[in-house]
Design a protein around this ligand. Structure first.
Ligand SMILES: [Ca+2]
Ligand SMILES: [Ca+2]
Length: 284
């Protein structure tokens, strides 16, 4: 891609690392449970937050989400109180002398694991269009075992939102598997890694039954050893009966996977097909 890509990728590496370090510092008192939350955006509020509570520290809000479980809470929005009552609560919670001016002037929600605020639990990641600026609001997402930190939620307008990911079905253009991979990368996306029956159900409903679409699953490196576009081994499988069969045609075997009529089939990677890109918010 263009020279800006190098610049972007360096920033892309550093920013998540810094955010992660900051987050780990912030959530250190929470121990193991809290390490499973990643902050994705500052200064944003959402109307999508379900259960709302008031007067909770960000760490308590995290515990509420964690205890609710992933089916009830995928993330949470937390916004600190910033009026005078906040300082009263802050002072009493610290059981110390009243905060002096310097303490107030150096206050930042980023370091206020002791501060109280409003807490909203989210079942789904909200579409970015529903987010509105709200000073001090922070959005946290629950993370799976592979922690990926996002500086912010970046979704091209052409993408549609599902609960935990955004996707675009490219059905006006047909590309080889590798070209499709590159197109997804240009969107800062990847060929979709279908990891759950729910994701599969959405894709089956949104694609044409008479067409085939590349998805992010291949055994190009090692025959029969399929890996997903995020490098993980698939746990959820949806092969058509008799597939994958690595059928050899014109001396080429089948190492790339397509979604066809609701199930998966391996095909020659140089076939020109429609494809589906995905921007995951949570690694399932
Ligand atoms: Ca193969
Ligand atoms: Ca096949």
């Amino acid at each position: 891609m263009s020279p800006t890509r190098t610049k972007t990728s360096i920033t892309g590496l550093l920013l998540p690392l810094l955010l992660l370090l900051l987050l780990l510092q912030l959530l250190a008192p929470l121990g193991e449970a809290t390490a499973s939350f990643l902050r994705v955006a500052d200064d944003m509020d959402t109307t999508a937050a379900g259960a709302r509570m008031s007067g909770l520290a960000v760490t308590d809000c995290g515990f509420k989400c964690f205890n609710a479980g992933p089916s009830q809470c995928r993330g949470f929005v937390w916004r600190p109180f910033v009026d005078s009552s906040f300082y009263d609560q802050y002072n009493s919670s610290r059981n110390s002398t009243p905060a002096d001016d310097s303490a107030q002037s150096t206050f930042s929600p980023l370091v206020g694991s002791f501060s109280l605020g409003r807490c909203g639990l989210m079942k789904c990641v909200p579409p970015p269009s529903s987010l509105t600026p709200a000073p001090g609001s922070q959005i946290y997402l629950m993370s799976g075992t592979s922690a990926v930190a996002y500086g912010s939620i970046m979704v091209p307008p052409s993408y549609r939102m599902a609960c935990t990911f955004a996707y675009r079905i490219y059905d006006k253009v047909q590309l080889s598997f590798e070209e499709a991979e590159r197109q997804c990368l240009r969107d800062r996306a990847r060929l979709i890694a279908i990891k759950t029956a729910e994701q599969q159900r959405i894709m089956t409903g949104q694609t044409s039954r008479s067409e085939a679409y590349w998805i992010g699953l291949d055994d190009r490196d090692s025959e029969g050893d399929f890996v997903m576009s995020d490098g993980t081994k698939p746990k959820y499988l949806n092969w058509d009966s008799g597939q994958p069969n690595n059928y050899i045609k014109d001396e080429k075997d089948q190492d790339c996977t397509m979604l066809y009529q609701g199930t998966w089939n391996d095909n020659q990677c140089d076939q020109m097909l429609r494809f589906i890109c995905e921007i995951p918010f949570l690694e399932l």
